[in-house]
Design a protein around this ligand. Structure first.
Ligand code: GLP
Length: 242
């Protein structure tokens, strides 16, 4: 695992941008795995600017997002589809028909999860997966648990995740209790994974990268099994990182 420690959020976003640009410039039909949350917002801002400046081209890009809240429609301003449109897709020359986010507003989750796995299979391999981290170590919405699912599935959100994400909703009660998320195997299948980590709230969970253990109770520790991970951490998050 390559670890880069940088001064602050903007520097983290810049390093992440370099990794994404490298893929966009060198892969003919790039498939990007994308994440939501506040952490990758700076990266997406940079990509929009570079696209405006014609430095990078999204016309041949496809994207698959990690997760979506259960029960929110695409037009809900806290749905992850809305987030992606708002922060990236509406502002770059990507064909929206080639952008995919799990369907959280269906009533048939068996079909929605199977369809998403089929879609991921059809891409073969994601060229670059962008990841943020939950303070409890979750990746996508794969929450700490005795067992983790390999494939796309519906997950019950942990109280600490609901608390952390309540800041985006009018009240904590409005935060969905469930989400649909890519599984661990799908995430681990990517050619390269970049993990963006910023802020003191994420400092403790990074302890997992100081030892050689893995545990499903700290889902991000499974990233140690992947041969090509770039962990990009700002100083506030890197306090305990040796
Ligand atoms: C969210 C998302 C994750 C994200 C994480 C951290 O709940 N499901 O994909 O990485 O939690 O979010 P933030 O970047 O806002 O701290």
């Amino acid at each position: 695992m390559k670890i880069t420690i940088v001064k602050d959020y903007d520097a983290m976003s810049d390093v992440a941008t370099t990794d994404v640009v490298e893929v966009l410039k060198n892969v003919e039909k790039p498939v990007l795995g994308l994440a939501t949350g506040s952490t990758p917002v700076g990266l997406y801002k940079n990509l929009v600017k570079l696209n405006e400046e014609k430095e990078i081209d999204f016309s041949k890009v496809s994207s698959v997002n990690l997760d979506e809240y259960v029960g929110l429609t695409e037009n809900h301003d806290q749905s992850y589809r809305y987030f992606m449109n708002n922060h990236l897709f509406n502002h770059v020359n990507i064909d929206k028909a080639n952008t995919y986010v799990p369907n959280g507003s269906t009533t048939d989750f068996a079909k929605a999860t199977a369809d998403y796995d089929q879609l991921l299979d059809s891409f073969g391999q994601v060229d670059l997966q962008v990841l943020g981290l939950g303070a409890n170590g979750h990746i996508g919405f794969n929450e700490p648990a005795e067992e983790l699912s390999l494939n796309t599935h519906v997950v019950e959100l942990k109280p600490e995740t609901i608390d952390a994400n309540a800041r985006f909703f009018a009240s904590k009660d409005d935060v969905p209790k469930k989400a649909i998320t890519m599984g661990i195997a799908s995430i681990m299948k990517a050619k390269k994974i970049i993990v963006l980590v910023s802020g003191a709230a994420k400092a403790e969970v990074l302890n997992t990268f100081n030892n050689d253990l893995i545990s499903t109770l700290v889902p991000c520790s499974l990233l140690k099994l992947h041969p090509n991970v770039h962990l990009i951490v700002d100083e506030a998050a890197a306090t305990y990182l040796k």
